[in-house]
Ligand binder design. Structure first.
Ligand code: XUL
Length: 524
């Protein structure tokens, strides 16, 4: 029976999921960057200095060899007929000419890292947590006539982490290294390239995270590209974005000889991690996905007539429906911020954290927790209020536990309307590492006043990658991903919580105070 491999290169780890043609999981594994590759010195997968956040591309390369070695030991590699996957969005890799040469001539007798010394003109890749390009963002918006004009063109106003702005900073500040760059890739297309042994195109969903792709035509916007990186950038991007569901080519002989992959195994385009998550869930109309991971994201699938570009949310190309869109809101202070509160106030224990959730915040108690520069709202720092007044600490410090969840979910509730009318949302589909915590999902359910469902596995992005691999290999090119999934799986979601509507009413009453205080701290 043919197998399909999905790879997910996220902030903290490289994961894989192998499925069979009935979508049953055959194998899963993960390489954790901090624990398995400590020599790269990352903390939670990143190296952070103020607003600058990077990861070394060599770490990702080493992780790939390590993961495939483990997979080969499980004897599942030979049956894999298709590979797709995803990566954290926006992060970019800068190839030198020497690197591209090595990529096209991979030697199976040596590990990848040996072959890629001097392969990059930038040893550190900027990642999605970076917030150091505000100057470049404002310049790009001004160039096209404002933030809404840029959103109309590309699906988003300018954001610090978006690749075009990251490239612009490199172009202006490190011209020599920029000129020594042959190709610039997103991490998703970089990972596909490593497997292909050749430069792979970015998919249209990932192109939407650059501020350089036209959201309607899915082609690079030449003016925006030139503005971000001068007249050479278009050539450095190598290829126009591709739609999902196509085949890029066969796996490089390196993986056949070194790990026993089938030489006929086909590589499909890699997408963004949020798009892969969306692909793993069989959405119905009225579904809203809340993914609780290193970043928290709210995701919806929008048909053409419902998709409106705004400056408050992202409109991105859908990974498999060329006519459709993915609406997204993204938060930087997700699981790492929740863990920090657990460590500071709940003795590092999720049980104690859950116990404290039993006592919700009082009416006038509201907290905002932005250790990292937040995306929406654009705010930083920790801010607490009691009876409408700013306070250093709550009268009972354990209030920080319910306060962080209320605050995170209130922010989502306030912003879903920028993607679809709240009245149309029927169910929340929760996913991501933190979705294993039912007490946390109960707060989410109470804030939205909606039932929360969960899919069975937690590795939804790498599962999405495996499904995208199978989708690329389908015989009938008119078959949609939904039709493919419905043939075998159907709706395998579990109902986890129903809202406590009395709590929902109290939360609704609190929402306007939350919104006012959020505005206040954003202006600080
Ligand atoms: C989305 C974003 C994050 C990363 C996390 O715009 O920046 O969700 O994709 O990996």
């Amino acid at each position: 029976m043919p197998h399909y491999l999905g790879l997910d290169l996220s902030t903290q780890q490289l994961k894989c999921t192998v499925i069979n043609s009935e979508h049953r999981i055959i194998a899963e594994d993960a390489v954790n960057f901090d624990n398995d590759l400590p020599e790269f010195g990352t903390v939670h997968g990143a190296i952070i200095h103020g607003d600058v956040a990077t990861s070394p591309p060599m770490m990702w390369i080493k992780a790939l060899d390590m993961l495939l070695e483990r997979l080969a030991a499980k004897n599942v590699v030979n049956n894999i007929c298709g590979i797709a996957g995803d990566a954290q969005q926006h992060a970019s890799v800068y190839w030198s000419a020497k690197g591209v040469e090595a990529l096209k001539n991979l030697d199976p007798s040596q590990p990848l890292t040996e072959q890629f010394s001097n392969a990059f003109s930038r040893a550190q890749s900027p990642i999605w947590q970076d917030a150091s390009t505000t100057k470049e963002c404002r310049a790009l918006e001004q160039f096209v006539g404002g933030d809404q004009a840029l959103a109309n063109l590309t699906g988003s106003k300018a954001y610090e982490r978006f690749t075009g702005n990251q490239i612009a900073k490199f172009y202006h500040n490190e011209k020599e290294a920029y000129d020594a760059t042959q190709y610039i890739q997103l991490v998703s297309s970089f990972l596909a390239s490593l497997l292909l042994g050749n430069i792979a195109p970015v998919d249209a969903n990932e192109g939407s995270g650059t501020n350089m792709m036209n959201i309607m035509t899915h082609r690079w916007d030449k003016d925006l590209v030139d503005f971000c990186g001068g007249k050479d950038l278009y050539g450095k991007l190598a290829l126009e974005p591709t739609e999902g569901g196509v085949r890029l080519g066969q796996i490089a002989p390196y993986y056949v000889k070194r790990y026993g992959f089938n030489p006929e195994c086909v590589i499909m385009p890699f997408t963004g991690d949020n798009a892969a998550t969306l692909s793993s869930m069989n959405l119905r109309s009225g579904d809203c996905v809340v993914s609780l991971g290193t970043s928290d994201t709210v995701l919806v699938y929008l048909k053409k007539q419902d998709a409106v570009p705004t400056t408050e949310a992202h409109l991105m190309a859908h990974p498999t429906d060329p006519e459709g869109f993915m609406g997204m809101i993204c938060y930087k202070n997700g699981s790492l911020a929740r863990q920090r509160i657990r460590d500071l106030y709940a003795n590092g224990s999720w049980d104690t954290f859950n116990e404290y959730l039993g006592k919700p915040c009082k009416e006038g108690q509201i907290g905002f927790y932005y250790w990292m520069q937040e995306i929406v709202p654009f705010a930083k720092g920790i801010h607490r209020f009691e009876n409408g007044q700013p306070v250093e600490e709550f009268s009972e410090p354990q209030t920080n536990v319910p306060a962080i969840l209320e605050s995170q979910f209130f922010s989502m509730l306030l912003r879903v309307k920028y993607m679809m009318p709240l009245s149309k949302v029927r169910r929340i589909l929760a996913t991501g590492g933190a979705s294993v915590n039912k007490n946390l999902l109960q707060v989410l359910s109470d804030v939205f006043g909606l039932p929360v469902y969960k899919s069975q596995g937690t590795n939804s992005a790498s599962l999405g990658g495996a499904l995208l691999a199978k989708y690329g290999m389908r015989e009938d090119k008119n078959m949609t991903l939904e039709e493919m999934v419905n043939q075998t799986q159907g709706d395998d979601l579990d109902l986890i919580c129903q809202p406590n509507l009395e709590r929902t009413k109290l939360f609704k009453e609190k929402l306007s105070t939350f919104e006012r205080l959020e505005n206040e701290i954003t202006k600080r």
